[in-house]
Design a binder for this molecule. Structure first.
Ligand SMILES: [Zn+2]
Length: 245
């Protein structure tokens, strides 16, 4: 008899997503997925934590929470998220950009350099940045306000000549309602002590490592507020207010 062994190779090109962006916009700030589960589904990602307590940065297999005090805290396995996007970061290509680049130019340049706008991309930029502006969102208590109202009290952080890592995703326009169409970027410093949701950047001569991500997995809450909210309305206008500078 001839033996046959199947070696299970994990699919690393999966975008693993917890809940939907519109649920977060509607004030669903508590979820069931833990940091331990996120770590099983990626080593790179962004999101937030239960009670909307800060911005999430997942990098090199560690998950950090940047709170409104500006400090990045390393999270333990038990911490939970209402919204997160993770993947195993394995770059497929490198995009080089020379000269001065700001946030809009980064988006325009990548839009042209990437082969298609119809798949997901994870991208990483490591280096020294002339200027970075980030924000974090304050922890909420029940009854939860909508995200647009919670973000009105965001804390802003500015960095000059800072070494760090940009953790970004580009999602297709058709994810409207599920994820953020276009670019969603977070930042963490090299010393892993600060960062946040990226609002503005000035940098020069950068290398963007890009991971083409063609599989998509979404896990929805098993219970809770998600079951009672109305997700039939278009929330693009609120999303723009919440995400942009
Ligand atoms: Zn964000």
């Amino acid at each position: 008899m001839v033996g046959c062994t199947t070696v299970e190779k994990p699919n690393k090109d999966v975008l693993f997503q917890v809940s939907t962006i519109d649920a977060l916009l509607a004030g669903v700030y508590d979820g069931e997925i833990s940091v331990a589960e996120l770590n099983q589904n990626g080593d790179f990602g962004i999101g937030t934590f239960n009670s909307l307590d800060g911005e999430m940065v997942a990098v090199d297999g560690n998950i950090y929470k940047i709170r409104t005090d500006g400090v990045a805290y390393l999270m333990g396995d038990e911490e939970k998220t209402p919204f997160a996007v993770m993947t195993f970061f394995e770059p497929d290509e490198k995009v080089f950009m020379t000269g001065e680049i700001d946030y809009n130019e980064l988006q325009e340049y990548l839009d042209n350099a990437l082969g298609s706008k119809n798949i997901f991309y994870a991208f990483r930029i490591q280096g020294e940045f002339d200027y970075i502006k980030t924000r974090s969102v304050p922890k909420q208590s029940r009854p939860y306000p909508k995200l647009v109202d919670a973000v009105a009290k965001q804390a802003i952080f500015e960095f000059k000549d800072v070494k760090g890592t940009i953790i970004g995703f580009r999602s297709p326009d058709y994810v409207d309602g599920i994820n953020v169409p276009g670019y969603h970027i977070h930042f963490i410093t090299d010393d892993r002590k600060a960062g946040g949701h990226l609002l503005s950047v000035q940098m020069k001569d950068i290398t963007v490592e890009v991971d083409h991500t063609t599989d998509f997995y979404m896990t929805l809450p098993k219970q809770g507020d998600f079951y009672d909210i109305d997700l039939s309305e278009d929330k693009q206008e609120e999303l723009t207010k919440v995400e942009k500078d």
